[in-house]
Design a protein around this ligand. Structure first.
Ligand code: TRP
Length: 417
């Protein structure tokens, strides 16, 4: 019965069997015992964990043990900026925001513009960098704490990251990369190196603090192969293995496994005009019956319905109301048209609010983005105003007086207690 499916960091196809992924990847399920533990530590269980949207983890118990003993962790997540942000991307970031609020911890957010340039034939370097900026606006719009959030792009923060990446790269063989990612002789060599860039931020907090800092990486499950490697290398470099918490994919409006950037009409983008978003939802796949009469008689099938999945994943937080909607659907009491209209209203409201915040984010970029010397230097060559030049010169002076192993940031990384 099992349909074929494939999950790699660069390709997700077919109907994903998440229980099987836990087996194949060797992660652990988030079970009731862990949920109770979570509740004990934080006071409640978030919707995304309750509903098994975040369903899998590595070393979460270890992380909670550390936390309870007063050892604070750092969050690390990221985005491959290959296009505009859609709701499927936003979902784990919203969960990351919940984590930052709940544990009051820093967040490192990596934009892998290098990765996307290397993996997408049609993407130019310039466009990848510009999507880093566009996507960062969506991250900022979610309201992360500017004092504790560090967004960086690989192509702008390369100096800091590269030093860690080479240490990682030296400890990964080509045969490991081939086995983990399925590379072959036609893979470009940038891709082979890239995983070490994605490892680097998992160790950066420790490098900056000068001692081991626990790290938790919220991520969609397709990123796990990278962090399997990171975790293997960690002890060789004297670092803690980063912990992980994995989510499933928000289904596409066409009803398939993952919202895909290559089918724009089946995903809701944060930049969509509200009326475009409404149209997309009204033409979503529901699995409804051929006629209203039949629907009344036989009911709908929420399990296969993209609209129901949207309620489940994001747009109906109330457990009772969600069950009520499911019951009415199965019982033929509510028709697909009505269900879609309700969802469209909610999505539009969400988008309008998000787009407002996204506009405001344009004035806040410098409060969040960290960059290193090369970028400072680049901007110095094109000075904007005197104050800016003075500030950058000071940063450069610090740069020259820096000791080996130190790093200089435009924005100072939060001092870890
Ligand atoms: N490679 C990820 C992507 O293509 C982006 C990413 C970088 C990431 N670091 C991460 C995702 C850490 C999750 C956690 O989207």
């Amino acid at each position: 019965m099992n349909e074929e499916f494939k999950v790699t960091p660069w390709e997700v196809t077919g109907k994903v069997d998440y229980a099987r992924l836990i087996q194949e990847f060797g992660t652990e399920p988030i079970d009731d015992e862990l949920l109770q533990r979570w509740k004990h530590v934080t006071g409640s269980i978030p919707m995304a964990m309750q509903r098994k949207i975040f369903f899998s983890h590595r070393d979460l118990k270890w992380l909670l043990d550390k936390y309870e003993r007063g050892e604070k962790f750092v969050l690390y997540t990221g985005r491959g900026p290959s296009g505009d942000t859609h709701l499927g991307h936003l979902m784990p970031w919203m969960f990351t925001k919940y984590l930052q609020d709940t544990f009051d911890v820093p967040l490192y957010f990596q934009m892998t513009d290098d990765e996307k340039y290397l993996s997408k034939d049609e993407l130019s370097l310039k466009d990848a960098i510009s999507f880093s900026y566009e996507n960062a606006l969506d991250v900022i719009a979610l309201g992360f704490d500017p004092k504790k959030t560090y967004i960086f792009s690989d192509l702008e923060y390369d100096k800091t990251l590269y030093r860690i990446a080479v240490e990682v790269a030296k400890r990964i063989t080509f045969s490991t990369a081939k086995a983990v990612f399925g590379f072959d002789s036609s893979t470009n060599i940038g891709m082979i190196f890239f995983t070490s860039m994605q490892s680097a931020p998992a160790f950066l907090p420790s490098v900056q603090a000068g001692r081991n800092v626990p790290v938790l990486i919220p991520q969609a499950i397709d990123q796990d192969p990278h962090f399997r490697i990171t975790r293997d290398v960690a002890p060789k470099l004297g670092f803690y293995k980063p912990a992980a918490i994995h989510c499933t994919f928000l289904p596409s409006l066409a009803g398939s496994a993952k919202m895909s950037a290559s089918l724009p009409e089946t995903a809701i983008y944060t930049t969509d005009e509200p009326k475009t978003a409404r149209k997309k939802i009204l033409s979503a796949f529901t699995g409804g019956r051929v006629s209203v009469e039949e629907q009344r008689k036989m009911g709908g099938v929420p399990d296969v319905c993209a609209v129901f999945q949207y309620y489940y994943y994001v747009f109906e937080e109330d457990r009772e109301k969600l069950s009520e909607r499911e019951r009415k659907c199965v019982g033929g009491e509510i028709m697909c048209g009505e269900c879609k209209q309700d969802l469209a209203d909610r999505v539009v409201r969400f988008l309008e609010k998000h787009q407002e915040k996204r506009e405001e984010a344009k004035d806040k970029v410098l409060d969040y983005v960290v960059s290193d010397y090369s970028a400072v230097y680049d901007r110095l060559k094109r000075p904007q105003d005197k104050k800016e030049v003075a500030r950058l010169k000071k940063t450069m002076k610090e740069y020259y007086s820096v000791k080996e192993g130190d790093s200089i940031l435009i924005k100072r990384t939060w001092e870890l207690e």
